[in-house]
Design a protein around this ligand. Structure first.
Ligand code: BJ8
Length: 380
């Protein structure tokens, strides 16, 4: 009989429900692998018979505990992720049998060293540049090495057939998520971007045997059937660091103030979800190729990100771009200079950069800047 975490009673209802579905999966013998990055090839986790679960910290919770071990000026995403794990406050980390981590930014890869003292952690060495010929070779080998870690951890064999089934399944889920995001291409979008992204992100916490794809397709159809009459609201693309930890003070407030959040150039958004794994090639190589297409600022150079922003602005009929940079994230902070140039000079659109963390202390200041930004945008 598995033990519930000691602070289980303090979880809110939604969290308790999601945790209980994972608890039941564990009771039935399922294994769980925690992940922290969009570069983690989840197909090998499925093929090992385990459930992948995204573990990134999304609030201030865990940060005080993390700061006992980590520098205060580190990125809040890293501190919250580590602190939640360390203090047993993350139900998903609690039930993870192991972690598939990656060498993305310096803060994360050094944090994993500390995390490995209380959970089995395997780190994939992600190439820092995807344009070099050796990148695809070494990344394919890294994915095979991670698969071997899972085989050993769970005493299973990842067959080519299981890997193929996992590839087909994840492609279907990705396609359903892209279709969901694309509801916001309608003008006006029938649903708020806050609502769309809430549903899209909840797909990461699907632990039951229900058909996730069917569920997403049903919600997408329902969203498309909605009618909204408030035309003339400016349409915004948000780019930069992952924004789950600042959703309320940024996305929710932006929409309450009168703009529509229609698109995200972030690693969990349509930009990365649109890449599929080739179902007809050698599976490890095909998986490696798919994940290396992700445009994250940890890569150098990362020029394809700017091509993506250009296409997304056009496809989603965007009137302005907001870049959110988390405190201590050097790669996105440096790259922001080029985003600003592209948006202001190349696309001739208003650009707003917000540097923030997971605290609420700057909510008022952000609200004032969002209000002024909305006034600058001209609705096409
Ligand atoms: S693919 S965006 S999830 S690395 S943790 S880099 S915010 S300093 S999260 Fe990321 Fe993978 Fe890229 Fe996406 Fe900066 Fe903070 Fe590092 Fe961060």
């Amino acid at each position: 009989m598995l033990r519930l975490p000691k602070n289980f009673e303090t979880f809110n209802e939604a969290r308790q429900k999601s945790f209980m579905s994972l608890y039941e999966a564990k009771q039935s013998g399922k294994k769980v692998i925690g992940t922290f990055c969009s570069y983690t090839p989840v197909e090998i986790i499925h093929a090992a018979g385990a459930i992948p679960v995204g573990l990134c910290g999304k609030s201030e919770q865990g940060i005080p505990e993390a700061e006992a071990h980590l520098p205060k000026n580190l990125c809040p995403l890293i501190k919250a992720s580590y602190g939640m794990a360390l203090s047993d406050q993350c139900p998903y980390f609690y039930f993870s049998d192991g972690i598939l981590a990656e060498t993305t930014c310096d803060g994360k890869k050094k944090m994993y060293e500390l995390m490995s003292t209380f959970k089995p952690v395997h780190v994939l060495n992600l190439p820092q540049s995807k344009d070099q010929a050796f990148a695809i070779e070494s990344w394919t080998e890294e994915i095979k090495r991670a698969a071997a870690f899972l085989e050993k951890l769970f005493n299973v064999t990842i067959t080519e057939e299981k890997l193929h089934d996992a590839i087909v399944y994840r492609n279907r889920v990705r396609k359903a998520i892209v279709d969901l995001y694309e509801v916001a291409k309608l003008k006006p979008s029938p649903v708020s971007g806050y609502e769309i992204s809430t549903v899209a992100e909840s797909a990461d916490f699907h632990f039951t045997d229900d058909d996730l794809v069917a569920k997403l397709e049903k919600i997408t159809a329902e969203f498309k059937s909605r009618v909204r009459n408030d035309e003339g609201r400016p349409r915004v693309l948000i780019t930069g660091c992952p924004n789950a930890g600042v959703r309320d003070k940024l996305i929710k407030r932006l929409e309450e103030l009168g703009a529509d959040y229609v698109c995200a150039d972030v690693c969990s958004g349509p930009r990365a979800q649109k890449f599929m794994v080739d179902e007809n090639s050698e599976p490890y190589r095909a998986i490696a190729e798919r994940y290396l297409k992700i445009n994250c600022s940890v890569m150098t150079p990362n020029t394809a990100r700017f091509d993506d922003i250009k296409s997304l602005v056009k496809e989603y009929q965007v009137d302005g771009v907001i870049e959110m940079v988390l405190q201590g994230c050097h790669t996105f902070a440096v790259e922001a200079f080029n985003t600003m140039k592209l948006v202001q000079e190349g696309l001739n659109l208003p650009y707003l950069r917000l540097d923030t963390d997971f605290s609420q202390s700057d909510s008022g200041q952000i609200e004032t800047r969002l209000g002024a930004f909305i006034e600058m945008m001209e609705v096409a």
